[in-house]
Design a protein around this ligand. Structure first.
Ligand code: PEP
Length: 252
């Protein structure tokens, strides 16, 4: 089980320092892994101040080349170098605002894997596709066009675009069916069981129901992860859920 906190372009150094103070006395469980994705400039800072806390750090994107004339970009090698374990690739905000298409997402994901980072590959349909009944085909195309080689240790985050930051989430059965669909496609491509996260308006109220959904191996949380109390409440819900269920911890 993985609880991933995508801070996007939020929280400055002072806020991160305050946030981290609350982590120091918190008892983390071996069963549930947590990873925080701060802004690039603070990854190293956060990683240093949480040295003795069992939380991983990750980046919100990386470039598809290891080095070269790419002004403003960040190499996956550099991320690895400063202690990142994960990198989010293909988040819908990057697809929409930065024009990253499936081809580019695949290149970035491949580069991250080649640099020994674990990828959280984001996929998700628009509201129009969902309403047209096209969501399953849309996700299938996204996966076929963007899954890199050697994806086995990585994860896929199902993040419907219409759910991100809106407070709206798909029904339990829609999430369950889509995760099943994603796992099947990923298995067909890689011959391995791939872990999937749900992302989109996860909060302290809906987390309990989301974790009960079959095939959900964790969550990618945006807005609610910015408040340390909510982040820890979501984490605690995951620990309680695992203690009460037979779901096996598979994310190492
Ligand atoms: C996200 O952007 O990855 C996300 C899940 O955001 P939110 O939780 O705010 O919907």
């Amino acid at each position: 089980m993985l609880i991933a906190a995508n801070w996007k372009m939020n929280l400055d150094k002072q806020s991160i320092s305050e946030f981290s103070k609350f982590l120091k006395n918190f008892k983390f469980s071996k069963k549930v892994k947590a990873c925080i994705f701060p802004p690039m400039t603070y990854i190293d800072y956060l990683n240093n101040i949480i040295q003795n806390i069992p939380i991983s750090v990750g980046a919100q994107n990386c470039h598809f080349k290891f080095s070269g004339a790419y002004t403003g970009e960040v190499s996956p090698i550099f991320l690895r170098d400063i202690g990142c374990e994960y990198v989010i690739i293909g988040h819908s905000e990057r697809r929409i605002l930065n024009g990253e298409d499936n081809n580019e997402v695949k290149l970035r994901a491949q580069s991250a894997i080649d640099a020994n980072l674990k990828v959280i590959l984001c996929v998700g349909e628009s509201l129009i596709d969902r309403e047209k009944g096209n969501a399953f085909n849309f996700i299938e195309k996204q996966l076929h066009e963007s899954l890199p080689n050697g994806f086995e240790d990585s994860l896929i985050a199902y993040e419907p675009m219409w759910s991100i930051g809106t407070g709206k989430i798909p029904s339990i059965s829609e999430i369950e069916k889509m995760h099943e669909h994603i796992k099947k496609i990923a298995f067909d491509v890689s011959d391995k069981k791939i872990n999937t996260l749900y992302g989109g308006s996860v909060n302290i109220k809906n987390i309990h129901n989301i974790l009960k959904i079959k095939n959900v191996d964790g969550v990618l949380v945006g807005g609610a992860s910015l408040k340390v109390k909510d982040f820890l409440a979501i984490y605690t819900a995951a620990v309680k859920h695992l203690n009460n269920s037979s779901k096996v911890q598979e994310i190492t």
